[in-house]
Design a protein around this ligand. Structure first.
Ligand code: LMR
Length: 398
């Protein structure tokens, strides 16, 4: 019956992560998957999250189905975090928000919703992008194309190339944008570039779909949401896939949100209904536990302040690790170009190392990066910097 089923080629990120887990070497380092590790090389249990869990453990909670759209209080917090607006403000009233299974779930529900109501559209993702963008939108039935994004020369954004490509797209096409901490390159647009891009999107009648999986990991919670808020204030209809996996270190609880900013509250009500319809067809309703944790933290001024402090500490540490790795590489290989470590943002940097060197790093030194050359700096500890720098120098100079 199943003889014709083809073998799974594996996922460039998740399969490599499994390979890492099976690697018996004691000194291996996993810089592949986008996960933040503390100095003990563990995913941190944030103090605010632990306190919320303790509160939840002390109160009796049954486990009902959540509504298709998820927990109302969670949805309200999610909208406020992304758009910076309170319930009842005009912008809030025209945003339809649902709770989703992580950021991936938000992209999937958004993709299915768009395919149902914009069947002719094509989806455009940055070159390069998070590998699974193509999988999710392709899986929703879209033809997926790429627009130029990364410049290997500047380690930044090829903004002219990006704008020229987007200017040539037909109205109604969907453009996937990384609101901050671009995955995989760490190269973000400047504020002025976001303004210029908003103009092109508006003139061409394109539909932006923002992915914000790293809010708080770039410059701050509000700063990282700048582009989304700016576009929404210009009245541009848009979608947003948000995630709490990284900024609450709550990866396995699958806490995300999907927002659709519409022209007015009437459109938002219809869209909200159709998002629920899409959810019902995929998984019926989202899980409750993670949503309770998030709501407990964000409902309580003290826990919220603690969470923000802890998030700031994570961001600062990632920047220090970048600086340390840069300093060591520069000292060991003064002629090398490691500027990318200083200019890129968030968890990831794009090393530009060729795939043979990435494989050598893995096979000979136990240092795992994904084959595109993306390095997750958030998983590097200060004691890990020296061996990783040494291994990089070795594979570069051999
Ligand atoms: C990543 O980019 O490594 C993370 O977002 C994890 C994933 O699901 O790919």
């Amino acid at each position: 019956m199943f003889q014709h089923v083809e073998a799974f080629a594996g996922d460039p990120i998740l399969t490599l992560n499994e390979q890492f887990a099976a690697d018996p070497r004691q000194d291996k380092v996993n810089l592949s998957i986008g996960v933040y590790l503390n100095e003990q090389q563990r995913i941190p249990l944030m103090g605010a999250v632990a306190a919320a869990e303790e509160r939840l453990a002390q109160s009796f909670h049954p486990h009902p189905y959540l509504p298709m759209a998820g927990s109302p209080s969670y949805r309200e917090h999610a909208r406020r975090l992304v758009f910076g607006v309170q319930a009842g403000e005009p912008l809030a009233d025209r945003v339809a928000t649902i709770q989703t299974l992580g950021g991936s779930g938000a992209l999937k529900v958004g993709g299915d919703f768009l395919k149902a109501w914009f069947p002719q559209a094509k989806v455009w993702v940055s070159d390069p992008t998070w590998d699974n963008h193509k999988g999710i939108f392709g899986g929703a039935g879209f033809e997926v194309g790429t627009y130029p994004y990364y410049s290997r020369e500047t380690h930044g954004v090829n903004f002219d190339g990006m704008l020229a490509a987007l200017r040539a797209l037909p109205a109604g096409d969907v453009v996937v944008l990384h609101a901050c901490c671009h995955n995989p390159t760490g190269a973000d647009l400047s504020l002025q570039q976001w303004h210029d891009l908003a103009k092109v999107v508006q003139e061409r009648g394109l539909l932006p779909f923002f992915d914000i999986a790293y809010q708080g990991f770039g410059e701050g919670i509000n700063e990282d949401a700048y582009a989304i808020r700016y576009f929404a204030q210009q009245g541009i209809p848009l979608l947003v896939a948000g995630s709490y996996s990284k900024n609450f270190a709550i990866y396995g609880e699958r806490c995300g949100s999907l927002h659709v900013a519409c022209k007015d509250a009437d459109d938002a009500a219809k869209v909200f209904g159709q998002l629920q319809s899409a959810v019902r067809k995929i998984y019926s309703n989202p899980p409750g536990y993670g949503a309770r944790i998030i709501s407990t933290v964000l409902d309580d001024a003290q826990l919220r302040a603690q969470w923000e402090e802890e998030l700031t500490a994570m961001r600062v540490r990632m920047k220090q690790i970048r600086a340390e790795l840069y300093a060591q590489l520069k000292a060991k290989l003064p002629g090398g170009d490691f500027e990318y470590l200083r200019v890129q943002q968030g968890m990831f940097s794009y090393t530009g190392l060729p795939v043979e060197q990435i494989r050598k790093l893995r096979n000979e030194h136990g240092v795992y990066l994904i084959e595109s050359g993306r390095m997750c700096l958030a998983a590097l500890t200060s004691v890990g910097v020296t061996p990783v720098a040494n291994a990089m120098v070795k594979v570069i100079t051999e």
